[in-house]
Design a protein around this ligand. Structure first.
Ligand code: SF4
Length: 287
């Protein structure tokens, strides 16, 4: 396993220098689990704080170098994610001979609707919320197809869930399906999102915005405000898509915003209670 032992030593030095004492207690588990892995390591780069922090830890030699760092292009990713990738992450990674490869949305076999016409977005209905099918179709399957095109058919897939996101990683971390085992490095290292911000800062990088599609129903009001105030074209596209999915719904009862109001009319200037937000537990969005 590349760099495993020296990686562990460097982890301790890095965390000690930066005051992350909790991580020192447990990061041994990560390296013990990785020692067993002899095949490809793939980092699913989501463009958010967690996977940016993982890139920093890789560059520092704290984590082993993956064989591939790959990002699925959903065709609707926030413009801020692309800008951060181009302006900060690619220049940073290139100093370490690393690079984020893009899996094209053309590799997806479905777009907004499945073959039988079901909407794939996790929109809000009158009484609940549809399941998140888009993440699987536009990210996981797209990346699988991309990797197969490179003759990579199995190995370890790194997902950037933070340690505090237990609902998202429990049952997934350490799970083997077919030829793939999913590992959440930040979980084994007990690194939460707040520590990710420190790690990013320590590398001299600015903080990335949340990563997601511009019309994602999982967005919080703060993220909607950021879109409205900084990317008005994408905000208008999200409003138009909200209208479109409602028009295509038999009962006209689906909404992108969690208030179940048209996006253009929802009150996004207030911060909602935490319980209102249900984040995707499936895929690699928002990390
Ligand atoms: S960010 Fe939201 S809309 Fe985009 S793929 Fe993920 S869950 Fe679906």
């Amino acid at each position: 396993m590349r760099g495993t032992r020296s990686g562990h030593t460097e982890t301790i030095a890095f965390f000690a220098a930066n005051g992350y004492s909790d991580c020192l207690l447990v990061n041994r588990r990560f390296f013990q689990s990785q020692v067993l892995v002899m095949d490809s390591i793939i980092l699913n780069y989501g463009g958010g704080r967690q996977t940016v922090a993982i890139c920093v830890l890789i560059a520092r030699g704290v984590l082993p170098r993956p064989d591939v760092i790959v990002m699925a292009d959903t065709g609707r990713e926030n413009q801020s994610t692309w800008e951060y990738l181009e302006q900060h992450i690619e220049p940073f990674l290139s100093q370490h001979n690393l690079h984020v490869e893009i899996a094209s949305h053309e590799l997806a076999t479905v777009d907004l609707y499945s073959g039988n016409g079901d909407l794939l977005l996790p929109v809000f209905t009158e009484t609940g919320k549809l399941r998140t099918y888009c993440s699987n179709e536009w990210k996981k399957r797209v990346v699988d197809r991309y990797l197969r095109s490179k003759q990579i058919k199995g190995g370890t897939r790194w997902i950037g869930f933070g340690f505090e996101e237990k609902k998202r990683w429990v049952g997934l971390h350490g799970k083997t399906e077919g030829n793939w085992t999913t590992i959440c490095p930040l979980v084994d290292l007990m690194i939460n999102t707040a520590t990710c911000l420190e790690i990013i800062k320590s590398a001299g990088l600015p903080q990335p915005q949340h990563s997601s599609c511009w019309m994602c129903p999982h967005k919080r009001n703060a993220e909607w405000r950021h879109l409205r105030d900084n990317y008005p074209e994408q905000w208008q596209e999200a409003i138009a898509m909200d209208i479109e999915v409602r028009a295509n719904d038999e009962k006209g009862g689906v909404f992108i915003h969690h208030d179940r109001a048209p996006l253009g009319e929802a009150d996004i200037d207030v911060d909602e209670s935490v319980g209102k937000i249900q984040q995707c537990t499936l895929g690699v969005c928002f990390v």
